[in-house]
Design a protein around this ligand. Structure first.
Ligand SMILES: *Cc1c(COP(=O)(O)O)cnc(C)c1O
Length: 462
């Protein structure tokens, strides 16, 4: 399987090269030349497998240049860190299913991709006898999942910037209590935007970037998406066996369009998915896009589901490539229009194509709180605020006869302030968070200045 760029400016790459490249050299995003498809029989067989075996079979279709025994070992190690035997169990509550994606080391769904990517990076760096210094900025979930994915890896250092005092106490502790020598937490005296700007500026210094073998861990790496396709197959198998329904609808709390795009890939591979619900909070550019073709930039507002406080969804360009019949010229033109005017509009036939796969809905903060409260009263189950957005949007957009699976993207204890608002008490902490305040911390406080961060990197990079 070879990989091409949405902007058409990269010669076809192997899976390994696509993973190492991350963002395509022409500024676009990498995609497989063709999406493999599976027959209903093959899907039936695959979806009865245990999670790691299923992951191996799905990822093998894309990672064709990694020797099977090595790939198997990387996958087994990646999901061996999860604290549930099913990795991503599905539980039935009320009239629908919850796909729990929070049994990894940092209690959020990003572990599914980043545990795998960390092991894959380590393998590739070793194979190429090279080194890697990962640099990223986080507002919360990505940073801790990346740190847990890369801690202790050979020949890789990881540097994560977070805005000092502006991430939740639990999220900060999940990062700073990882004291492996290859992990560097930088608390920036500034905002999340400052951190992002600094990282962008440093990556823009191509000389510095290549001198220090800088790499990024953001959500556009193809390997992250591949790992996320797996749980759609897994959950589909569980629910279809339970209901004998031919199709399932998934509701996906969405920010960067990564998770829900993985669902779309699963559908394209042949998995019988009726609809994918793109569930957004008040940052609703994607909901407006699906509902009336209005992809226009709004201002980012802070909500109770901070991991979805995004306007420009970085993975969206991948979907654009398919809306535009895989024509890189049209992708480039649309992106240019977006840069110049802050909007892209879509034609009636394009909207029709979009609505065959997606519905979308935006959920307010009040609705999020009400959903957590009502659901707890009905079922005794606590939803985190991101999951609650997905549940509300899923229920509002699915008929009673249609099996619905809502993706639970975080454990409620990670977002206890919102849960407390809804039900009046804090969720019980799972073992990995118990006593976290008492653990040793390692963190460097640093000015919000690219030169200062560069100096730090130069001193500590491999
Ligand atoms: C990152 C994240 C999301 C959004 O996922 P995308 O792939 O960016 O759409 C939703 N919920 C939680 C808890 C997250 O951490």
């Amino acid at each position: 399987m070879r990989y091409i760029s949405t902007r058409g400016g990269v010669r076809p790459l192997s899976f390994e090269d696509a993973v190492m490249m991350g963002l395509a050299d022409d500024g676009g995003l990498l995609l497989p030349e063709s999406i493999p498809t599976l027959s209903p029989e093959e899907i039936g067989d695959l979806t009865s497998l245990p999670y790691p075996e299923l992951a191996f079979r799905i990822i093998s279709l894309f990672a064709t240049d990694i020797p099977p025994d090595i790939l198997k070992e990387l996958i087994d190690r990646s999901y061996g860190t999860f604290n549930h035997p099913e990795i991503t169990p599905t539980v039935k509550k009320s009239t629908f299913y919850i796909l729990e994606l929070f049994h990894g080391p940092t209690l959020a769904f990003k572990d599914l991709a980043l545990q795998f990517l960390g092991n894959l990076f380590e393998y590739l760096v070793e194979k190429r006898r090279s080194r890697m210094n990962i640099l990223g900025a986080t507002s919360g979930d990505t940073g801790s999942a990346a740190i847990y994915g890369l801690r202790g890896k050979r020949n890789i250092n990881i540097f994560i910037l977070h805005p000092q005092g502006k991430v939740s106490p639990i999220q900060k502790l999940q990062m700073t209590t990882v004291t492996d020598p290859n992990v560097f937490n930088l608390a920036v005296r500034g905002t999340f935007d400052d951190g992002q700007r600094i990282v962008k500026e440093i990556f823009g210094d191509l000389d510095f970037k290549s001198r220090h073998a800088l790499a990024s861990i953001n959500s556009i790496n193809w390997a992250r998406l591949v790992a996320q396709i797996v749980y759609y197959f897994y959950a589909w198998g569980k629910v279809c066996r339970d209901t004998s329904a031919p199709e399932v609808t998934f509701s996906v709390p969405t920010g960067n369009f990564g998770d829900v795009f993985a669902g779309w890939l699963a559908k394209r591979m042949g998995l019988p998915i009726a609809k994918l619900v793109i569930a957004t909070n008040e940052n609703n550019i994607l909901a407006r896009f699906v509902r009336n073709g209005d992809y226009s930039l709004g201002k980012v507002v802070e909500t109770l589901s901070p991991s979805m406080d995004i306007q420009v969804a970085s993975n969206f360009e991948r979907y654009l490539f398919y809306i535009y019949d895989r024509d890189p010229g049209r992708v480039c033109k649309a992106l240019e229009t977006f840069r110049n005017t802050g909007a892209i509009s879509f034609s009636e036939p394009e909207l029709k194509t979009i609505s065959e796969d997606f519905v979308s809905d935006s959920v307010t903060g009040d609705e999020t709180i009400a959903t957590i409260r009502d659901f707890y009263r009905q079922t005794g189950y606590l939803l985190d605020p991101h999951t609650a957005v997905g549940v509300r949007a899923g229920l509002r957009n699915t008929g009673p006869e249609q099996p619905l699976v809502c993706l639970a993207t975080a454990h409620p204890a990670k977002f206890s302030a919102a849960v407390r608002l809804a039900v009046g008490f804090d969720p019980r902490r799972p073992p990995s968070l118990q006593g976290i305040e008492k653990r040793e911390e390692r963190c460097h406080i640093i000015e919000a200045d690219p030169e200062t961060v560069k100096e730090f990197l130069a001193r500590h990079a491999l």
